[in-house]
Design a protein around this ligand. Sequence first.
Ligand code: SF4
Ligand code: SF4
Length: 366
Amino acid sequence: MYDVVFIGDEINSPELKSLCIKPNSLIQCRGEIGDFKLKIKENNNTIEEKTKYIILNLKAKRENPIENTLDFTSPLDNLDENKDIIFIQDYEDISPAVINNEGLKKALTVKENYRNVETYYLYRSMRFTEENDKLYESLRKKGVIFLQYEMDNIKIDDKTIEYKRGKIEHNLSGQIITAPKLKPDQRIKKIAKIMNIEMNDNDYIQRENIYLQPTLTGKRGVYALGGTRGLNAYTDLDLQIEYTLNEIRSNLFDIKPLTEFNRVVDDQKCILCYTCYRVCPHGAVQEDNELDAMHINELACYGCDACISHCPADAISYEIKQNEKKNNKILKVLMCENSAETAFNKLNKDKFNELEIEKIPCASSI
Ligand code: SF4
Ligand code: SF4
């Protein structure tokens, strides 16, 4: 059993027993935090491995949005001293801060090597992190001309750029160096499907605004880093890695269920409609092939009860854990007046001394 399996790029973590696999080699992922079972394609064989945690770490793809121009990967040490140098950032899409930073650093190298060449830096949005701030100031002092634009302000035609913004007009020509456009690696989608993890609309694993626990995915025990999460996630990649590895290290021997009750499927009632599998936001439901019914992974379950509310066969209910006794607990229930009723009726109310129920208007599946 591995402590962690990296899918994509490996991160150095000597104190963890780890394995790194190629994204395309994952065929199946079953199980739950602490006990994931992976089927992996290796040459012409299929092997099985077990791991406690999984880290998804695929880089976003880079594409040059303007044909026939240089990009950040082109060698920039043999530019023509007699032609202007023009950096273009944010063409089509606004770049994340990490690309902004790369562009400013490239511009600094170029300006230091070609002091007398007129250098322009066209951008739509400057992401002022502390380092970018310093680079920007330094480039301005060295004479780089920054021009802010919107897509309507520029026309690019075979190495010339027509720039018009208000009263400012420039016809620029020279060597254009274009910042890459980042696109999600399509293998992320395949992995998310295999692992039953929800994605955002842009084909990344997460929305951009998860700051408190930035690398968590909807599936407990699976973390997503950098270009697997989303574009802005690149900016604080080192912090993400540190946070994730620390969390894995500290949890390694202490994985407990998050909820007080187990949710169990009655295999006699389950009609294998897969509704619970589809509605579970945490990928905690899987088919039990032996029983011909669904099975809920206790450790992966967050206890939201979406499965109970949606099951058309009334096949999912709570199972009180053996060592639980009635206590002095008071339960306050904020309950959707429509869909939460089914789940609520199944609650073992004897466990609580007092119930405070407040019905709230339906807010769809929330
Ligand atoms: S309670 Fe929520 S998290 Fe748990 S299995 Fe049901 S839908 Fe998934
Ligand atoms: S929603 Fe109910 S009937 Fe459908 S698969 Fe899940 S447990 Fe079975």
